[in-house]
Design a protein around this ligand. Structure first.
Ligand SMILES: [Fe+2]
Length: 258
């Protein structure tokens, strides 16, 4: 079966790229299930229920989040009632929503989706290492096809997680850093990529208007973040796996100009 993971969607340009490209891509690439990281779709930070619904309507089967999950308050109740959107599993246990969900692919295969938050700069309530084994065991009780979105700053945390989960999950896919990496690789049944890239404006500093990002760095003054507009791309990873065993058989990075 074929799985498409769409890297961090940023702001309106990213959302419009998903809406314009995803339906056709699903068809052309014969994608059975599509997972989208949507944590920065609301004007560049956070997500709202209305925008989550738009990604789902465009062809996402499940959405993952990250450190900006709670930037829009209204997403809390939505997460509690939705089975298609996951937030990092290592948030506070009292947080709304869940860190693991199972969605049905087009070919009928259940696909488990896990979202984890790395430690460096991101301050999760619990280390992902404390929760990951239990989540993977729970996911594998339902299906062998398990995708892990590791939303983390440090490459080392992502590589180490893939080493730990190798052979137990279909893929460990990195998000958060917004710059697609050149290390898509197939391990012992597990596909790995440090960063799936950004679906949004690439004429920017990881999605933010360059002049705003530069002003912050040069002056240390606060400045409201605003998504840029130019050079919009949809980026991610395209995977193949055996639906019976869940073992990945192929992974490649993916990039389309909007
Ligand atoms: Fe993030």
């Amino acid at each position: 079966m074929r799985l498409l993971f769409v890297g961090d969607v940023v702001g309106r340009p990213g959302r419009e790229a998903v809406e314009a490209l995803l339906p056709g891509l699903r068809e052309r690439l014969d994608v059975d299930a599509c997972i989208v990281n949507g944590e920065n779709i609301a004007n560049g930070v956070g997500i709202t229920p209305r925008l989550a619904e738009r990604l789902l309507a465009a062809g996402a089967d499940a959405l993952t989040l990250g450190n900006h999950a709670w930037r829009r308050e209204e997403i809390g109740p939505y997460l509690s009632s939705s089975s298609t959107i996951v937030r990092p599993a290592n948030f506070q246990s009292g947080s709304p929503g869940r860190g693991l969900t199972v969605v049905e692919a087009r070919d009928g295969t259940p696909v488990a989706v896990v979202n984890l938050l790395g430690t460096l700069f991101l301050d999760p309530a619990h280390s992902m290492w404390e929760v990951v084994d239990e989540l993977v065991t729970e996911a594998r009780e339902t299906t062998p096809v398990v995708l892990v979105d590791v939303h983390a700053e440090a490459t080392s945390e992502k590589v180490a997680l893939a080493a730990w989960l190798d052979g137990r999950v279909t893929a460990v896919l990195g998000t958060h850093t917004h710059v697609q990496t050149n290390d898509a690789s197939l391990w012992d049944g597990t596909a790995y990529l440090t960063d799936c890239g950004m679906t949004g404006p690439h004429d920017s500093v990881i999605g933010v208007r360059t002049e705003i990002a530069l002003r912050r760095f040069l002056t240390q003054l606060p400045a409201r973040s605003e998504p840029a507009l130019g050079d919009v791309r949809l980026e991610g990873a395209l995977l193949e796996c055996d639906a019976e065993s869940g073992r990945a058989t192929r992974i490649e990075t993916f990039r389309r100009q909007a």
